[in-house]
Write a protein that binds this ligand. Structure first.
Ligand code: G4P
Length: 529
């Protein structure tokens, strides 16, 4: 029992969010380097896999079969057991990326110091805010010329609406980057050569008032630093763990993942400030990770692209208790007892079968087609269901038709199954029935996936016709009469898989206009699953 509690308490499960190229992969590699999980940084995933073009994607997916590699990495560091959830980059960006955040207890936001807040960071940040999880900021690439530090903080506060609390402060940037000033200890940490980040650097700490500092810093840097510290101490929010826990204050760190500057300092602070597995809401109340027996929910389903193996992998986040591969569990939505087949976990780069896992961990199990996103797995004696995973607003829409009209049945079956797995969302035009199917996706790659899978798994060729809609809202007060709704000329009324009404628009301002024209109408960006 004590063992189980210890195991759970040392878990830290988080996702790293960033705009592509801000340095998420590099930072992950450096974390693994400190965790001793790899010797030489640079091998989390082959660059070829990380940077493939859309056209290569199918081949890659076929070669690797089911890609577990990109889902979660586990390693130990400083007494903690760390689970990093991967949120794929722009090519792979899909609803899965958002769902992954539902499995995390906190998020690390990586920002490129010369670019500031970028589009994808903004999108992922929104989901973190919805969940009220702690968000930590690592401002990266200080070894390159960076934007003004105060401007960067200002941008985060204004654009993302979260207060910032710098834990350290960069001294210079680019060629003049000397290290970071630790506000708590009032010491400067200077760094030595890390051979371009391939080995752990030796850190040296020098008090702010040490004469040695004058030798290290460039002319004028000390004065600038002193000024900035004064300004900072007067203007910035104090560190407040409670606000961090609620996701209202983000601790900010500076560094350079490529050269290791500031990475370990960040990791240490982050681990001490972030949370062990959080309790989760279920229909019977809040499920405590330690007190309750095993429970988990499915947050991602990955279909096997290989036709010979139709099975899928369901990724589950363990929310409470201890998982033992031999035990019998209960699948709530399927209403049946089962043993989870071949549960797997990732340890650094290796995938292995697990015997035991704990709250906070992610396991992938073979799924013969029984699981859906959001399903709960618990112990047979105690049945309950976790709150569902929201449906996230698609950003790209297309009308889809099958080439051969004789294949209607396969087409409808295929597209429905793929939608149930959560790879795409399908909508019907209001009043027109199944004839017209509109597909919505979060990332355009999903259109390719749909085309490929319908062809390969269901032998159906389709034609996709892009639609100009970019904005979508679910109607919260579903009792509203859709026929009477006064919309804009660019608005389309549709229903989703479950018959719920939605509205699509081409122009962003039409959303507000529709609200103005229909008093009492309530719209939401996240659908209920
Ligand atoms: P991502 O996962 O967020 O997409 O970013 P990734 O880590 O792959 O980094 C994107 C590019 O930025 C890479 O360069 C990487 O080496 C570089 N980078 C990451 N962190 C830093 C940093 O602290 N300083 C500097 N100067 N560069 C950084 P690339 O040229 O695209 O790839 P590579 O050929 O160098 O591997």
């Amino acid at each position: 029992m004590a063992d189980k509690t210890n195991e759970i308490l040392k878990r830290r499960t988080f996702a790293i969010i960033s705009h592509p190229d801000a340095g998420k992969t590099t930072l992950t590699e450096k974390f693994l380097l400190y965790g001793g999980a790899i010797n030489l940084a640079g091998s989390v995933k082959g660059k070829a896999t990380a940077r493939h073009a859309v056209s290569d994607w199918m081949e890659i997916e076929k070669e690797r079969g089911i890609s577990v590699t990109s889902s979660v990495l586990q390693f130990n560091y400083d007494g903690y057991c760390i689970n990093i959830l991967d949120t794929p980059g722009h090519q792979d960006f899909s609803e899965d990326t958002y769902r992954t955040l539902m499995a995390a207890d906190s998020a690390v936001m990586v920002i490129d110091a010369s670019k500031g807040v970028e589009a994808q960071t903004r999108k992922l940040f929104k989901v973190c805010v919805m969940r009220h999880i702690p968000i930590f900021t690592f401002i990266n690439k200080l070894d390159r010329d960076a934007n003004d530090t105060f401007d960067l903080l200002d941008e985060i506060e204004k654009e993302l609406g979260i207060a910032t609390c710098p834990i350290n402060w960069p001294i210079g940037s680019g060629k003049h980057f000397k290290g970071v000033y630790e506000r708590g200890s009032k010491e400067i940490t200077v760094f030595s050569d890390t051979e371009k980040g391939t080995k752990e650097g030796e850190m040296r700490e020098i008090p702010l008032d040490s004469p040695e500092l004058d030798e290290i810093l460039d002319y004028g840097q000390k004065d600038k630093l002193m000024e900035e510290i004064e300004l900072l101490d007067g203007a910035s929010a104090d560190f407040d763990q409670e606000l961090v826990d609620k996701g209202e204050l983000t601790p900010v760190f500076f560094g350079s993942a490529l050269t290791n500057f500031g990475v370990e300092i960040f990791l240490k602070h982050f681990l001490s400030m972030t949370t062990p597995p959080l309790p989760r809401k279920a229909d019977i109340g809040v499920i405590d990770p330690i007190k309750e027996d095993f429970s988990a929910f499915v947050f991602k389903i990955q279909a096997n692209m290989n036709k010979a193996h139709r099975d899928r992998i369901a990724f589950m986040r363990i929310c409470s208790g201890e998982f033992d591969a031999n035990m019998e569990v209960y699948h709530v939505q399927g209403d049946r007892k089962m043993r989870l087949s071949q549960p797997q976990q990732m340890m650094a780069q290796e995938r292995h079968v697990v015997d035991k896992a704990y709250a906070g961990d992610i396991i992938g199990v073979f799924d013969p087609g029984v699981f859906s996103i959001g399903d709960t797995i618990c112990m047979p004696g105690k049945k309950f269901a976790f709150e569902g995973i929201p449906t996230f607003a698609p950003e790209h829409f297309a009308r889809v038709r099958q080439v051969d009209t004789m294949k209607r049945k396969q087409f409808v079956k295929g597209i429905n199954q793929i939608a149930q797995e959560g790879a795409i969302q399908i909508f019907q035009e209001f009043h027109t029935g199944m004839e017209e199917i509109i597909v919505g996706v979060v990332g355009v790659l999903q259109f390719e996936v749909l085309k490929y899978r319908l062809k390969n798994e269901y032998n159906v060729d389709i034609i996709l016709e892009n639609l100009p809609y970019e904005h979508i809202r679910w109607i919260e007060n579903e009792e509203i009469d859709l026929d009477k709704l006064v919309g804009t000329s660019d608005m389309k009324k549709v229903t989703d898989l479950k018959g719920r009404p939605l509205l699509l628009w081409v122009n962003p301002w039409s959303v507000g206009m529709t609200l103005d024209r229909n008093p009492g109408l309530k719209l939401t960006e996240f659908g209920r699953s």
